[in-house]
Design a protein around this ligand. Structure first.
Ligand code: LLP
Length: 394
């Protein structure tokens, strides 16, 4: 990690989430220039990271927010997103979440079932407002990613499937308080076969859009969701996600009619690489067959390894600044939580590590802090921003 903040980290209680704001700003500005080059509208999926500073910066570029709960909608609004730039997705929106979002005047409800469209229509009619609706379609596409983050297959709970399309057209004709904006697709997360998977999504989306247009519906927005993957193996080699390949693939595979626009909802690719979970070695323990490095950060701080078997690069920051640590050792790096799945990485080759060393768990900016819990009554790791720290002088 080239952060240059190891001295400053040494003065802060661990564990904490460190955000490299230079990298974050570079990422957002690259996203802005490439999305405008290709004429693609971006709604940042705030579920990946809801830190107010990050959201305010993203909102300042005029991006929208993709939200999946009433609280996310309100938080996005409070952090500077304009109501009309907020979209609200999710298979299970409660009555309160729907009515509050209607009162706020959000841009679009991404509806996931026929019943939901009827309910949104009913609340809009009784409030005397109109609801903009896009319909999430289940395109039955394999995103080649972890089964827990695949969403576009018929076996998944998301979206409306083909057998309901005729009924959907009839329903939209009956819903007087609903204005159809477009169709929404999101097929999964941490997609690394970018050209293959997204070109397939675009071709399938085009076919489905054409089907609805043939039925007389106007599809103004085609929302392809998020999912662009990041490099967890080597974050320093690829600090900024490959937005260019993503957008080029979309532009080449999704023909648009005049007046039609493409939307995307990246989450991970915007925030993953700027975030690092900083921890300390509490103990070095020799097991019968292994050596354990026991850190003060655990699965409650970042659940991805325990939940998905996700790989996060681990670095010993203290060894980077002290001499005489070249001797590498193989460690099982683990957390303090009372669960055997609280493992950061088994069999990791690291410099010889000792009690008190600062450790970095990389690429933790997305689905890290937001998924933390107080399991074992442990404290929540706070956010620390590079803008507030002084860099090493050497
Ligand atoms: N749009 C919709 C409708 C989504 O469900 C998601 C993510 C996104 C956009 C943003 O996808 P992204 O660009 O971040 O891949 N906790 C898991 C990831 C769950 C993703 C859920 N949906 C993880 O840590 O890998």
């Amino acid at each position: 990690m080239q952060s240059g903040y190891t001295d400053a980290f040494g003065k802060i209680d661990t564990p904490f989430y460190f955000y490299d704001m230079d990298l974050f700003r570079t990422t957002v500005s690259e996203l802005a220039s490439l999305s405008s080059l290709y004429g693609i509208k971006v709604h940042y999926a705030i579920k990946a990271n809801t830190e107010e500073r990050l959201l305010r910066h993203i909102a300042s570029y005029g991006f929208g927010a993709d939200c999946v709960s009433g609280n996310e909608v309100l938080h996005a609004y409070r952090c500077g997103f304009r109501p009309e730039d907020i979209v609200f997705a999710g298979v299970g929106k409660s009555d309160r979440e729907i009515t509050e979002s209607l009162k706020l005047g959000i841009g679009t409800f991404n509806c996931e079932s026929l019943q939901e469209i009827e309910v949104v229509n009913g609340f809009a009619a009784s409030l005397g407002v109109r609801a903009n609706v896009s319909v999430r379609i289940n395109p039955d596409i394999d995103a080649h990613t972890h089964k827990y983050v695949t969403t576009g297959l018929y076996e998944n709970k998301f979206g409306v499937s083909r057998h309901e399309f005729e009924a959907l057209v009839a329903l939209l004709g009956r819903c007087g308080a609903v204005d159809l904006q477009g169709l929404h697709f999101h097929i999964g997360s941490q997609i690394t076969d970018v050209e293959e998977v997204y070109s397939l999504e675009c071709r399938r989306a085009s076919e489905i859009v054409r089907w609805f247009e043939d039925k007389g519906l106007e599809i103004r927005n085609i929302d392809l969701g998020g999912g662009l993957g990041v490099d967890y193996e080597d974050p320093d080699a690829n600090p900024v996600a490959d937005f260019g390949t993503w957008f080029r693939t979309i532009a080449e595979n999704l023909p648009l009619k005049p007046g039609q626009s493409v939307h995307v909802e990246p989450g991970r690719s915007v925030v993953a690489q700027c975030g690092t979970l900083i921890s300390r070695v509490l103990f070095v323990k020799s097991g019968e067959t292994k050596t354990f490095l026991i850190l003060d950060a655990g699965m409650n701080d970042l659940i991805r390894p325990a939940l998905y078997g996700a790989y996060h690069k681990i670095e010993n920051l203290s060894a980077e600044v002290h001499d005489g640590r070249e001797r590498d050792q193989v460690y099982d790096v683990v957390g303090p939580v009372c669960e055997s799945s609280d493992v950061w990485g088994a069999g990791r080759l690291l410099p010889l590590s000792v009690r008190g060393d600062l450790m970095a768990i990389r690429s933790a900016g997305a689905y890290g802090q937001v998924m933390a819990s107080r399991y074992n009554l442990r404290d929540l790791a706070p956010a620390v921003f590079s803008d507030d720290l002084v860099k090493n002088i050497f």
